[in-house]
Every structure is written in structure tokens, then in C-alpha cells.
Design a protein around this ligand. Sequence first.
Ligand SMILES: Nc1ncnc2c1ncn2[C@@H]1O[C@H](COP(=O)(O)OP(=O)(O)OP(=O)(O)O)[C@@H](O)[C@H]1O
Ligand SMILES: [Mg+2]
Length: 272
Amino acid sequence: MSRRSQDENFDTEIDVLRTRIKDSDDRAVQEAVFDKRTLMDLYSLASKGVIDALGGSVCTGKEANIFKAIVGERELALKIYRISTSNFNAMQDYMHGDPRFGNVRGTKSAIVSAWTKKEFRNLSRAEEAGVRVPHPIAMRGNILVMDLVGKEGQPAPMLKDVELNNDEAKRVFDKLVEYISVLYNRAGLVHADLSEFNILYDDGEPVIIDMGQSVTLDHPLVRKFLERDIVNLTHFFRKKYAIGSEEEIWARLRSDKEKADQEKADRHKGTD
Ligand SMILES: Nc1ncnc2c1ncn2[C@@H]1O[C@H](COP(=O)(O)OP(=O)(O)OP(=O)(O)O)[C@@H](O)[C@H]1O
Ligand SMILES: [Mg+2]
């Protein structure tokens, strides 16, 4: 096929994909999200069979748009970072000090792509350690593909929008305390934007989302981020349900760390 007809072919395919992008807010938003490069990456994900079709919009966040998608019977969520409106300086600040991404330089799209990869890896690490997050499936360019949290195409609500009874609230708080500790002690991560906005409530269980900014323990501000996460979470539970304290989260972090250190020491002894 000649270069020209290849291009024409590609443009037609992109148009087909574009018409499948139903109900995605207004035109301006569509244009900010679906620039040519993003459409190409979407097309590539479709041709590899990672997604079959794109569905409606779930949410327009500060830096990314979330869409539904499907592959076979499986419901997916696509997080598409908008290259045009991303906060590059902040992104670089969060990547700086992370040995995985410390030296990302270059074009805006390279930075956003590194950021997308960072979120993908953070979700994978969190999941492996035992924290419930949306299962990450693939990433390409500025697009992160993950499982949709929710049922029958209906995304689960944010923690801030549900009304729990006392028992449920206590159970959810305890689970989140466990997750903060598992993230820190087992995954070596701090979420760094933990709040009732970035926790979904699905089937009685909290699910942590939005981990692009999460940092490894090498980050110079890791302590500050951990403190802020703990303050935010406790503030929400105290105000709405009159439960929870910062002290109990710190205590849990410490006792889990001691246990982990002890296990490590025992393993070393065993191999001496
Ligand atoms: N995997 C998912 N399943 C279901 N809903 C999701 C999923 N990921 C994100 N959402 C929904 O989309 C919203 C925005 O996602 P996220 O917080 O990751 O993006 P963001 O751009 O950082 O948004 P914001 O700037 O509002 O924090 C979430 O609050 C949630 O309601
Ligand atoms: Mg968010």
C-alpha cells in the first residue's frame, strides 16, 4: 500500500472510531481529549484487541477524562490524560526523586506518557501488595486502560457520596488504615492524594483509585505526603462518622513495619 493510501486508510479508521465516541461531553472537551495522537493510540489499542469499543464519559477530572469501554463482556475504564491541560511542573515534581521516572525530560507528550506509565505501575504494585484498586490492563501514550469499578456499566460511587451506617463506616475505615500500611510497608508507596474523592465504594468495599501522583519511599516529600493522606482520611471519617484517629493509623504503620522487619531478619537468619 502506498504511503498516501495508508494515511487515507488510517484517517478513515480514525473517523470510524471518532463516531463511536458517543456522548463524550461537548465538542470542546472532545477536541481537548481526542487529539490526533490520542486517537492513534486508541486505534492501536483497538487493533490489538485491548478494547472493542469506547462508551460514554464517566467523569471529566482536572487532568484526565474517564470513559467507559468494553472488551468482550468485560467493562473497562479508560483514563485519558489531556496533553493540552496537564500540569507539567507538578507532574515533574512528583516524578523527581522517584528512581523509576526521575529523569523524564522532553516534550509535553513524553511527560504525560511517563505519568500515565507511573499510574499504571503504581496500580500494579498496589494490587500485587493486596490493596484493592482497579485492575490495570494496559497503557499506551496518555491512555490508561483498567477495569471499571462498578456493576452493569454503572461506575461505583465515591466514598464522599455514600451514607454508611456505623458498622460499615468502622469496617471501611479499618480497611483503609490497613491499605495505607500495606501500601507503605509492602508496596513501598504513598498515595499522596488520598481522600474521599479518590476512594470508590463498591459492594461494601473501598477501592482506591487515582494513583498517578503516588510516590515511592525515596521521594524527598514522602513523609509530608503520608502525613497529608492520614490527616485527610481522618478528617473525613471524624467529621462524617465521628470515628478514627491519626494516632491509630501511625500505630498500625509502626507495628506492621516492625513485623515486616522481624520477618526479614528471620529470613536472613534462615539463610545464614
Ligand atoms: N476504574 C474506574 N472505575 C469506575 N470509575 C472510575 C474509575 N477510575 C476513575 N473513575 C471515576 O472517575 C473519576 C476521576 O478519576 P480520577 O480521580 O482517576 O481522575 P482525575 O483526573 O485525577 O480526577 P480529579 O482531578 O477529579 O481527581 C473518579 O472520581 C471516579 O468517579
Ligand atoms: Mg481523582
